[in-house]
Design a binder for this molecule. Structure first.
Ligand code: PMP
Length: 396
């Protein structure tokens, strides 16, 4: 028998979320997460995946993953520091360092995990972290876990960052001060002002931490936001995920050798959670090799992204501050956002609504994620459906 207090807590809160249009329904896919997906037996144009380059279903990745399973099995068998480090893990980390132009790199089981691991391995209660208010949830949780003083910075507001950096460093209260930001902000698609952030960091001796989950494979001809701005030697922590453009799963830190050596002995998911599977590691390594060899997929991604964005803007949709393939259509009201997404789905487009707490209240949006794998015909069809539903609901 379950606890009465738990039952009433769950019922009240779930009902409340449903009434406010904040309850997220999960639709299982019956197909790969490619440009077209099948849900409930219906084929839909997929504008919700992070599979930017289409690599999640790439035959070259599937082949090396299958070979890795044949050679090593399906699981790594232990945490990295016991005997769960395969030669494949080492090769992946060497490739990541090459990809990010750093001395070394360390891989984790997810991007989320990586932020929890890396921030708390370096920062503690005697430190402070200047964190952009729109940073990803995993950054926020990593900061909280570290017990450092968290100083929220207004989104991409460099005057606010400078003032707070000055105050924190001159207060004498903290041993170390870090500035932490997404490279590309995941819900709006705008790019962090890294040149200014790095300049402020140099002025006040801040540790710099950039989570480039949505920039890698996308900006800097695929190498990421730090490379895009030519700042590879000026950022202490370059974080990435293997789950978006790379198409697999996992996360990583790229940086100086001493930093990576420290993370190997002090970051808890590395020490206490079983390492990435052989198939994940082999496929990720292959994806990075493909990205380093050719910019073809990256160019196709941008071509499709620009095409979709132009189509939506011409129809009158508000795509906010987007500078990257992440293309929100901002609706505002949560219930209307959910209705919009539902109608798009009925007409043949899968574009998920994103509402509080993922974004601030009153800024509900349908977020579109074009990929290199979409065809122009798919995008034309999606734009036509947006026009129909947008007019029907009085959004455009
Ligand atoms: N950081 C950012 C900025 C993200 O957008 C995400 C993905 N939602 C993550 C970290 C987490 O990455 P992963 O999905 O690999 O856990």
């Amino acid at each position: 028998m379950s606890s009465k207090s738990l039952d009433s807590f769950l019922q009240q809160n779930l009902d409340d979320l449903k009434d406010k249009g904040l309850y997220n329904v999960i639709d299982p896919l019956e197909s790969p997460n490619g440009p077209m997906i099948t849900i409930g037996g219906r084929e839909l144009i997929n504008l919700s995946s992070n599979n930017y380059l289409g690599l999640a279903t790439d035959q070259r990745l599937k082949d090396v993953a299958n070979q890795a399973i044949e050679k090593y099995g399906v699981g790594a068998g232990a945490v990295r520091t016991i005997n769960g480090t395969l030669d494949l893990h080492v090769q992946l980390e060497e490739k990541l360092a090459e990809f990010k132009h750093t001395e070394a790199a360390i891989a984790y089981q997810s991007g989320f995990n990586c932020n929890m691991a890396a921030i708390s391995a370096v920062m503690d209660k005697n430190d402070a972290i200047l964190s952009d208010e729109l940073n990803h949830a995993s950054i926020i949780d990593g900061c909280r876990l570290s017990k450092a003083k968290i100083i929220r910075v207004n989104h991409s507001d460099m005057d606010d960052l400078r003032a707070k950096a000055k105050e924190a460093t001159e207060s004498g209260l903290y041993n170390k001060v870090m500035v932490i930001t997404d490279g590309v902000f995941s819900m709006d698609g705008d790019i962090a002002k890294l040149p200014e952030i790095v300049e402020i960091a140099e002025e006040f001796d801040l540790i710099t931490y950039v989570d480039d989950a949505h920039g890698s494979g996308v900006l800097g001809e695929g190498a990421g936001t730090v490379k895009h701005f030519g700042l590879s030697d000026k950022v202490d922590f370059q974080i990435g995920t293997l789950s978006k453009a790379i198409g697999v799963v996992g996360g990583y830190v790229a940086g100086k050798k001493d930093l990576i050596d420290w993370l190997k002995v002090r970051s808890r998911p590395f020490l206490f959670s079983t390492s990435l599977t052989p198939a994940d590691v082999a496929a990720s390594k292959k994806a990075i090799e493909i990205l380093m060899e050719s910019t073809e997929l990256n160019e196709r991604l941008w071509d499709n992204a620009n095409y979709l964005k132009k189509g939506l803007v011409e129809l009158g949709f508000d795509i906010g501050a987007s500078e990257t393939p992440i293309t929100p259509c901002i609706i505002g009201d949560e219930l209307k956002t959910q209705e919009f997404s539902k109608r798009l789905n009925e007409e043949g487009v899968y574009a998920k609504s994103i509402v509080f707490p993922t974004v601030p209240r009153g800024t509900g949006r349908v977020r579109n994620m074009p990929s290199a794998a979409h065809t122009k015909e798919m995008l034309d069809k999606a734009i036509a459906i947006y026009e129909k539903v947008g007019k029907e609901l009085g959004i455009i």
